[in-house]
Design a protein. Structure first.
Ligand SMILES: Nc1nc2c(ncn2[C@@H]2O[C@H](COP(=O)(O)OP(=O)(O)OP(=O)(O)O)[C@@H](O)[C@H]2O)c(=O)[nH]1
Ligand SMILES: C=C(OP(=O)(O)O)C(=O)O
Length: 223
């Protein structure tokens, strides 16, 4: 394969331990919240790996079950650094990615994108032509993707109000209007309902079937 055919992006996906992740889903999904968090991460990872512009996906997580699941779909797992938070996890993943795959861009992708379509991720990555670009989430205040060209530090500023923080740091927003599946991060039950409308990946769909079964008393039955 010539260099020109090598996919130009490594994606770094951070996944919090699912025992404590997605706390804003706890009220609506008390029994299935950890499984949902895990399913979102696996569906996001699988969709990312299906983009022809993605050379590899590196998941930063301390969750052994997530590590096993994402390794099974073809991603690499890297443990979190102890005692630090999301942006430090991303810096760590970006450093591992840059050391392992020199000369490719590194992009951080949120793990809570269960409706992600590979074609929409591909379109967004194609539009990442500045040194640093980012994709604003559907609520308009957060970030779902932050991409840095080869040799440019990722400088992640995820957290509350991250869209403004990324813009203030010089990153350029991707202005495409056709990438809702990449912008639909799931924090709340209403977000999840919208993701289901868009069409979620198979792992999330399976958990949603269990949720529905539990609600109607048919969990575990064949029909
Ligand atoms: N590796 C790692 N990932 C993290 C950490 N904190 C958050 N994340 C991930 O970063 C992404 C965005 O975080 P949030 O949307 O706030 O997810 P969350 O913290 O599980 O959700 P809430 O409990 O509702 O705030 C998700 O993919 C999380 O799994 C961390 O300390 N380490
Ligand atoms: C951490 C973030 O996610 P959320 O707003 O979904 O918590 C972010 O958008 O930077």
């Amino acid at each position: 394969m010539s260099d020109l055919q090598v996919a130009p992006w490594i994606l770094v996906i951070p996944v919090k331990r699912t025992a404590i992740a997605k706390s804003r889903l706890a009220a609506a999904y008390p029994q299935h919240r950890p499984e949902l968090a895990r399913a979102f991460a696996v569906d996001t990872t699988a969709a990312a790996l299906a983009s022809p512009l993605v050379r590899a996906v590196l998941v930063v997580t301390d969750d052994p079950v997530v590590s096993a699941d994402i390794t099974a779909v073809g991603a690499y797992a890297v443990p979190d650094l102890p005692g630090v938070g999301l942006n430090e996890a991303l810096e760590h993943g970006a450093a591992v990615a840059a050391a392992e795959f020199p000369d490719v861009g590194v992009a951080a992708l949120s793990a809570d994108l269960p409706a992600l379509r590979p074609a929409e991720l591909t379109a967004a990555l194609k539009a990442c032509v500045a040194d640093r670009n980012f994709v604003i989430d559907l609520p308009g205040t957060g970030t779902t993707l932050l991409a840095a060209s080869p040799g440019t530090p990722l400088d992640p500023r995820f957290g509350v109000g991250s869209a403004l923080a990324h813009q203030a740091s010089g990153a350029v927003p991707v202005e495409l209007t056709t990438i809702d599946s990449l912008r639909r991060d799931v924090d709340t039950a209403a977000d999840l309902a919208h993701a289901v409308q868009l069409g979620v990946g198979p792992r999330t769909a399976d958990v949603m079937s269990l949720v529905l079964g539990a609600a109607t008393g048919t969990e575990g039955l064949a029909c």
